[in-house]
Design a protein around this ligand. Sequence first.
Ligand SMILES: NC(=O)c1ccc[n+]([C@@H]2O[C@H](COP(=O)([O-])OP(=O)(O)OC[C@H]3O[C@@H](n4cnc5c(N)ncnc54)[C@H](O)[C@@H]3O)[C@@H](O)[C@H]2O)c1
Length: 395
Amino acid sequence: MPLLAGLMERFASQRPFEGLTIAACLHVTAETAMLVRLLRAGGAAVRLAASNPLSTQDDIAAALAARYGIAVFARAGVDRRGYYRHIEQALGPGADLIIDDGGDLVNTLHTTAVAVLPGVRGGCESTTTGVIRLRRMAAEGALAFPVIAANDTPAKRLVEGMCGTGQSVIDGILRATNTLLAGKTVVVAGFGPSGRGVAERARGSGAQVIVTEIDPVRALDASLQGFRVLPMAQAAPLGEVFITATGSRDVIGAEHLAAMRDGAILANAGHFDVEIDVRALAGLAAEVHRDVRPHVDAYDLGDGRTVLLLAEGRVVNLVAAEGHPPEVMDLAFGLEALALAWLAGNAGKLTIGVHEVPPDLDAEAARLVLAAMGVSVDTLTAAQQAYRESWRIGS
Ligand SMILES: NC(=O)c1ccc[n+]([C@@H]2O[C@H](COP(=O)([O-])OP(=O)(O)OC[C@H]3O[C@@H](n4cnc5c(N)ncnc54)[C@H](O)[C@@H]3O)[C@@H](O)[C@H]2O)c1
C-alpha cells in the first residue's frame, strides 16, 4: 500500500491529529489495520469497532490490540447486540473525529450514545449506503456535525466501486461455490459503480449478464454497454447466479425466489443484508442445510429445487473473500486519511451537513498512486492553461 506508506512519513512529521481521538467503525481487515496505524502515526488515539458482524479478521483485530496497542472492539460472528455494544465501546470515552462505513456509528451516536455527541467535531463516511443515510439525516436536521462523503470522489468510485467490488465480489462467489461462470446466466441488480464492476467482471469470465435497474439513465448505460436489461420478475427464472448491488431492500423478494431455477446461487454485494429477502426465502423453504460449504446455505424448496444463499445475504466479498485487494484500499484509505487530516484542520469552519471531498485531495491521491505505479502524466503548458481559462478565443 504505497500511498499509505508515503502518507505515514508525512503524517509522522506533520502530526495532523495530535491529541485527537478518532472513533472508527470499519471492516476490521489487514488494509484497515494500515489505515489505523497511519492515523496513529499522525498523532491520533484510535478506537476501532467493526462495521459488519461477519467481516472481522480476528487475527488482525488481535494484532492491532496486542502489538500496536489500539483499542479494538470486534470479533467475527458477534451477534447483533454485541455488534452495537462494540460500537458504543469504541465511542465510550468520547471522540473528536469519527470514520464510519455504512452509518451505524453515526446512527449510534445520534440515538444511544448521545452523551458523546457534543464532543464530535466531524467525520468521514466510506460507503454509498452511509452517505445516503447521512444526507437523509441532514435533510431532516438530525445530523449534529459536518461529515465528508469520502465515498463520493471520482477516483474512489472508479477504483473501489468498479475495480475493487467487481473483482472481489466475483472472488467471494468463486471461493464459496467453486462454480464455473463461463456460459452461466448471471443477473446483476443495480448498475452503479459496484454493480457495473461486477457485471463487467462476470462478462469477462464468459457469463451472459442480465442487469436489472430502476434508474432509466443507468439502465440505458447498461444497455449501451451491451448488457441485457430486464425487470427482476423476468430475470428471475433465467438467472443461475444472482448478485445484488443496489443499496435497497427486497430487491430479490418472495415472488422472484418462487420463480428461480434449481441450483440458483444468491449473493449480495450491497452494504446491508436486506437486498435479498432472506426471511421470505426461509418461509419458502421446506428445509435449510447450513454450511454445505463454508458460507453456503442450501434452501430446499420442497419441490425438487434448491437455492444456495451465500454469506447469509451479507456482503459476499467481505464474508467469503477478503474484501477489496490492498491496492484498492490504498487509494480509498489514502483519500480518506487526507480528507480526515483536512477535516481536523477545518472542522470549525464547516457547516453541519454532508460535504464533498475537496477535489484537489482526490487529484493528489490519484497522483500519488500513479507515481507509486511508475505512471506519469502530461502537465498543461502555460499557453494551454491560458487557453482553458479564456473565453475570448473562439473559432
Ligand atoms: N461490497 C463492497 O465492497 C461494496 C463496495 C462499494 C459499495 N458497496 C455497496 O454496494 C451498494 C451499491 O453501491 P454503488 O456505489 O454502486 O451505489 P449507487 O447508488 O451508485 O448504485 C446503486 C444502483 O442500484 C439501483 N437500484 C436501486 N434500487 C434498485 C432495485 N430495486 N432494483 C434494481 N436496481 C436498483 C440504483 O438505481 C443505482 O443505479 C451500496 O449498498 C454500497 O454501500 C459495497
